[in-house]
Design a protein around this ligand. Structure first.
Ligand code: IFM
Length: 462
């Protein structure tokens, strides 16, 4: 059953898409020469991922990608955003290239093009080759150089067929969840290491943009998970906490990328860790701040922030994430299965605020992810009537249209996600797909949200 009322209307040429990521869906973790990634290591370590889940098999998309493309064609999307697994291409992180890895993505791209769907490739969605982590990972500059080499290989192979390229997905997660909080691979709990990782991810982005330009790609950009941080109360202390949260979540990325500077609020946020950062070099800001063809933004929810002056500092985390603020639950809001509050207006506000801050320096935007995990149930008729997800998508697309009406140049929207998949440390328990995956049988069942999104896209073309 679909709910067709009140479809928002988007301008002609607006791109509708769906997104996935390699480790979350591909499986075939040890096939055809793929090397181990940090997520293989992390998910196989006892106790780090819910239920002991791993990406070994996932949605078996490596073998079933034609079925995925058929679902996309039936959905009517203009574009499909997928990510390329670095350890399939360069299994040891440097050295020999694996032709079978390149072949897989070439076959996927050809299948998409034959179905009339534009491929959009993300080069790094968190599956760093383990061999590079063993040499320091994103803490060291060498990883940025290896990333540029890998980018040149992939773009050299696919640039003629893939028009839109995303260097990094959500570097905040890679740097801070990965190297500070330890909730993502590689599971490090460091202060300074996380700041070095943030910087080297940005350097890697800049070097990858150079490689993409050299290969002649049509569009190069980066995807950020920018947050709309709201103060828990109107107190000066909570508002100051929001400034610290904004620095760490947003400005650490947007200031170097869009304004050619480091955030001026760094000292307040990171204290003594920010002094004498020898990993920053002359010329880095120019490299990082090269013009982009688009900015990718992933939006899910706002974060309500309260000052937390008495929070016990964890010595391992000190100052990189222990910024003396705490996340507060938003009273009165519906929460998704991730326990994330649903506030569509925050989506509009985030985009409008970004435009106000960066003006003409803000490139056109693609919403590269938006969606919700819900407590899906299979009905006796075999269908998944995911009303909450339908409402989430409808309300967020309406909020997005409001941002366009307010003058923000948004060119596309990708729903997260095409398929239920491996939700990182939460394992398979959280389902974001508009298509249900039965992990025992690998059967795919389009949910009501799939049918709703299909009807919404079709309505644009009436
Ligand atoms: O599943 C993730 C994705 O890999 C990155 N963005 C957020 C999604 C939902 O948590």
């Amino acid at each position: 059953m679909t709910e067709s009322r009140a479809f928002p209307r988007f301008p002609a040429g607006f791109v509708f898409g769906a997104a996935t990521a390699s480790y979350q869906i591909e499986g075939a973790a040890r096939e055809d020469g793929r090397g181990p990634s940090i997520w293989d290591t992390y998910s196989h370590a006892p106790g780090l991922v819910a239920n002991g889940d791993t990406g070994d098999i996932a949605c078996d998309h490596y073998h079933r990608y034609p079925e995925g493309v058929a679902l996309l064609r039936e959905l009517g999307v203009d574009s499909y955003r997928f990510s390329i697994a670095w350890p399939r291409i360069v299994p040891d992180g440097s050295g020999p290239v694996n032709p079978k890895g390149l072949d897989f993505y070439a076959r996927l791209v050809d299948e998409l093009l034959a179905a009339g769907i534009e491929p959009a490739a993300t080069l790094y969605h968190w599956d760093l080759p383990q061999a590079l982590e063993d040499r320091g990972g994103w803490r060291v500059r060498e990883t940025a150089e290896r990333f540029a080499e890998y980018t040149a290989v992939v773009a050299g192979h696919l640039a003629d067929r893939v028009p839109r390229w995303i260097t990094l997905n959500e570097p905040w997660c890679s740097a801070f969840l990965g190297y500070s909080v330890g909730r993502h691979a590689p599971g490090a709990r460091e202060g300074r290491g996380a700041l070095a990782a943030a910087h080297h991810l940005l350097v890697g982005h800049g070097r990858a943009v150079e490689a993409l330009r050299a290969a002649g790609v049509r569009e190069a950009g980066i995807t950020l998970n920018l947050d709309r941080n709201l103060p828990a109360t109107g107190s000066a202390a909570d508002r100051a906490a929001v400034v610290r949260a904004d620095t760490q979540h947003n400005l650490v990325w947007t200031e170097p990328l869009l304004a050619g500077r480091y955030p001026h609020t760094e000292e307040e946020t990171w204290g003594e860790l920010i002094t004498g950062q020898d990993f920053r070099r002359d010329g880095d800001l120019a490299l990082i701040g090269q013009p982009l063809d688009f900015l990718g933004i992933n939006y899910y929810r706002p974060i309500v922030v309260a000052d937390a002056p008495h929070r016990e500092p964890d010595p391992a985390l000190r100052t990189a994430t222990d910024n003396r603020y705490a996340e507060v639950r938003l009273a009165g809001a519906r929460h998704t299965a991730m326990d994330w509050p649903v506030v569509p207006d925050s989506f509009t506000d985030l985009l409008v605020a970004l435009k106000e801050r960066y003006g003409d320096a803000l490139p056109p935007i693609h919403i590269t992810e938006n969606g919700s995990a819900e407590h899906d149930e299979v009905s006796p008729d075999g269908a998944v009537h995911d009303r909450d997800r339908v409402a989430y998508l409808r309300d967020h697309l309406t909020a997005l249209k409001a941002a366009l009406d307010a003058g923000v140049d948004v060119r596309g929207y990708y729903v997260w996600s095409l398929l239920d998949n491996f939700e990182w440390a939460f394992g398979y328990g959280k389902r974001f797909g508009i298509v249900r995956v039965d992990y025992d049988t690998q059967r795919r069942t389009p949910k009501d949200s799939y049918h709703w999104y299909r009807a919404m896209i079709a309505a644009q073309r009436d």
